[in-house]
Design a protein around this ligand. Structure first.
Ligand SMILES: [Fe+2]
Ligand SMILES: [Fe+2]
Length: 404
């Protein structure tokens, strides 16, 4: 990997010195720059391109959220990370819209190194020339739906209630009907007779509802007469199933609700790149599907042949542009190669990879080309706890319950 320019912004010089010391072992990978204010940071960026910015939140003059907002507009390829002391800070909520990743202070050096390594990979992805070429050949990238932006803005308002968020969803009649249908399905367990979006939000959590809305909207944006309804239906069913399975798997290995929510979102969106490719270039996509079937290949490998990129990278790229959380973007990009994802733990890309594989195993007829499979070595890494068999049973039961 080429060396990256990384810029640290903090008004306390001692913090910057600490960073410099902690990251000395990474000096081959990183060329480090430091600024003590938002203004200085922007000045420095004008002179030389910066790949990754890590900024403090509270600084006199321009705060971290404002700085990252500017960076997002001026240099959209730069990876934006926030270091923050208070998780419930007002400004932190504002930063949700502009940061790829959040770190809490004080950040242990090995976590900092891991996050920076991932940021380097994410930057590599966003700036990859072949991928950029593939994306630039697409006329219509779906836009981040306005209802998602509206809800996100509401969350930034500390006074906002669950009812107000429910009311935003209710304004879109078609969407709220679909959401309620899904929430009442047996896939989510034992919820019955949920009649309002605000009730759905309080039971399942805002993140799950937000991801459902986002994905449903993107699917409706990509409704194209050139795409068969069975293609769209299969893709939606597979995406939803992968989301529910990834959430189940996450809940089996961790109590961290953020992780299981991100696993759900990543599962729901993991194949959005297929939709984007098929919507923009339906004939070429049919060709890739044909290659996969005729040559008995995995679809992603056939996509590589035709587009020089696969749906995994295209999807990750799109979510990166939308500014979705870094671990969701990474999970999308790595869902077919979780072993390459730098992590010491069983991570979200692995959860999505296992969920994806189980969903395909349960619906072999709906898979174009050969089933995606994880090599034995990958599987070992993806499933260090040896729980794969248990998950297969658990997911099959979830599916059977959902169809009832
Ligand atoms: Fe995939
Ligand atoms: Fe998939």
């Amino acid at each position: 990997m080429a060396s990256k320019n990384i810029l640290f912004v903090d008004d306390e010089k001692m913090v910057l010195d600490g960073m410099r010391r902690a990251l000395r072992p990474m000096r081959k990978l990183l060329s480090m720059h430091f600024a003590t204010s938002g203004r200085d940071a922007l000045g420095l960026m004008e002179e030389k391109p910066v790949d990754i910015v890590i900024t403090d939140m509270r600084m006199p003059g321009m705060d971290g959220a404002t700085l990252l907002g500017e960076v997002k507009t001026l240099y959209p390829e730069t990876i934006r990370i926030v270091l923050t002391g208070q998780a419930d800070d007002d400004a932190t909520y504002r930063a949700i819209r502009v940061a790829h990743q959040f770190l809490t202070k004080p950040c242990p050096p090995d976590i900092l190194k891991m996050v920076i390594k991932r940021a380097c990979m994410l930057h590599e992805l966003m700036a990859h020339p072949l991928l950029k070429k593939a994306v630039s050949s697409l006329d219509h990238l779906p836009s981040l739906p306005s209802i998602y932006v509206e809800i996100q803005e509401k969350i930034n308002d500390p006074e906002a209630s669950v009812e107000e968020i429910g009311a935003i969803i209710e304004k879109d009649l078609g969407m709220s009907t679909k959401i309620l249908q899904l929430v009442n399905s047996a896939f989510f367990g034992h919820y019955k007779n949920i009649e309002s979006p605000s009730r759905a939000v309080s039971l399942l959590g805002l993140n799950v509802i937000k991801s459902l809305l986002l994905t449903l909207k993107v699917f409706s944006q990509c409704d194209n007469p050139k795409l068969s309804s069975s293609f769209l239906e299969n893709l939606w069913n597979h995406s939803f199933e992968t989301a529910v399975f990834a959430k189940n798997i996450a809940e089996d290995v961790t109590d961290d609700k953020d992780i299981s929510d991100h696993a759900f979102t990543s599962g729901l969106l993991h194949d959005v790149g297929k939709l984007v490719l098929a919507y923009n270039l339906p004939d070429k996509y049919k060709k890739a599907m044909k290659v996969a079937v005729m040559e008995k290949k995995e679809l992603r490998k056939a996509e590589f042949r035709v587009f020089k990129a696969s749906h995994a990278e295209i999807g990750g790229y799109l979510l990166g542009l939308w500014g979705l959380p870094g671990d969701v973007v990474e999970a999308l990009s790595f869902h077919h190669r979780p072993h390459q994802y730098p992590s010491n733990n069983f991570s979200i890309p692995s959860m999505v990879a296992c969920a994806d594989m189980i969903s395909h195993e349960l619906n072999p007829d709906e898979c174009t080309g050969t089933l995606p499979h994880l090599e034995q070595a990958e599987l070992k890494r993806s499933d260090p706890t040896g729980r794969m068999e248990k998950w297969r049973v658990m997911c099959r039961e979830t599916k059977e319950r959902g169809i009832e």
